[in-house]
Design a protein around this ligand. Structure first.
Ligand code: NAI
Length: 320
């Protein structure tokens, strides 16, 4: 894990070490990467992990060397990133993150297991994943994914609360596109208690004017309320993403994962965009054959266009 001394790391590490991510039978060795000035804080996190006496936890390595952190890694959680600061232009943000994700892609390529599962959490997550992927010349590009599971989980709860049902009744939620305000949470293919969610809600104005913007802007709402960005829920979503990818998705359901597009649903090939995915035997697959109406088409296209713009920007900066 990168950014391991940050606020997501503080939540995520304890969930992983307890077995939530890989199941109760898989021992966990943690290889934690931080920038040199944060190694002291990271040591404190290691002390707390030690003090938890997790039965599954076999080893904790703290380092500022990416090749050590990614050495023989089965799972790589790329959490550390450069946040947007006041007055920062988009090109500055992409360039600063390129300075992190380019060398990390190169290090993954040199040092990680060939079938490493990479999840990029650090924002802008989809494009950071693309930068790492494009610089990992010796790894299969399909190993690189970005996180839209938090958006997926947020959307599930919004619709469950609207209908007054438990969240476990909600199946087949889909987040399309970028992990940004252009993402498209899709209720047309979602089911609640076995019924179509859009029909069960039966209120287009709520879907268009409340549901979609609430999910799209939830990250900003958390910052306003908490004075800090979502951390425990982001960590929980990272656990969910890797658990689904590794242990599989249940029959009759799917999850949202940002993965390299193969051109499905008209999303330009190569960009890392969110799709409905099923997972079996450690492999993800895009759910095919969903009907996309004009309303959804416009929203999927808009988010894909934003990702193409980000790809072109990092390409111009020479990062991919
Ligand atoms: P944080 O600022 O608390 O922690 C980030 C950590 O990364 C810091 O400890 C920092 O020292 C470290 N770091 C910076 N550069 C690094 C490098 N080159 N190598 C290793 N470590 C490095 O941030 P927080 O709250 O943990 O969030 C991390 C990222 O996750 C942010 O980019 C945030 O925007 C993103 N995020 C993504 C979500 C998603 O749904 N995809 C949801 C919530 C947050």
């Amino acid at each position: 894990m990168t950014g391991a001394a940050g606020q997501i790391g503080y939540s995520l590490l304890f969930r992983i070490a307890s077995g939530s991510m890989l199941g109760p039978d898989t021992p966990v060795a943690l290889q934690l990467l931080e920038i040199t000035p944060a190694l002291g804080a990271l040591e404190g996190v290691k002390m707390e992990l030690d003090d938890s006496a997790f039965p599954l936890l076999t080893e904790i390595v703290c380092t500022d060397d990416a090749d050590v952190a990614f050495g023989d890694a089965d799972v790589a959680l790329l959490v550390g990133a450069m946040p947007r600061k006041a007055g920062m232009e988009r090109a500055d943000l992409l360039s600063a993150n390129g300075g992190i994700f380019k060398p990390q892609g190169e290090a993954l390529s040199r040092s990680a297991k060939r079938d490493v599962k990479v999840l990029v959490v650090g924002n802008p997550a989809n494009t950071n994943a693309l930068i790492a992927q494009q610089n990992a010349k010796d790894l299969d590009p399909g190993r690189f994914t970005a996180m839209t599971r938090l958006d997926h989980n947020r959307a599930m709860t919004q619709v469950a609360q609207k209908l007054g049902t438990p969240v476990t009744d909600v199946k087949k939620m889909t987040i399309w596109g970028n992990h940004s305000a252009t993402q498209y949470p899709d209720l047309f293919h979602c089911e609640v208690g076995g019924k179509n969610a859009y029909e069960a809600v039966n209120d287009h104005e709520w879907v268009d004017g409340t549901f979609i913007p609430t999910v799209q802007k939830r990250g900003a709402a958390i910052i306003d309320a908490r004075g800090a960005s979502s951390a425990a829920s982001a960590a929980s979503a990272a656990v969910d993403h890797i658990r689904s990818w590794t242990l599989g998705t249940p029959e009759g359901d799917w999850v949202s994962m940002a993965i390299p597009s193969d051109g499905s649903y008209g999303v330009p090939e190569g960009i890392i965009s969110s799709f409905p995915c099923t997972c079996t035997d450690g492999k993800y697959e895009i759910v095919q054959g969903l009907d996309i109406d004009d309303y959804s088409r416009g929203k999927i296209d808009a988010s894909a266009a934003e990702l193409v713009g980000e790809r072109d920007a990092v390409s111009e900066l020479g990062l991919i």
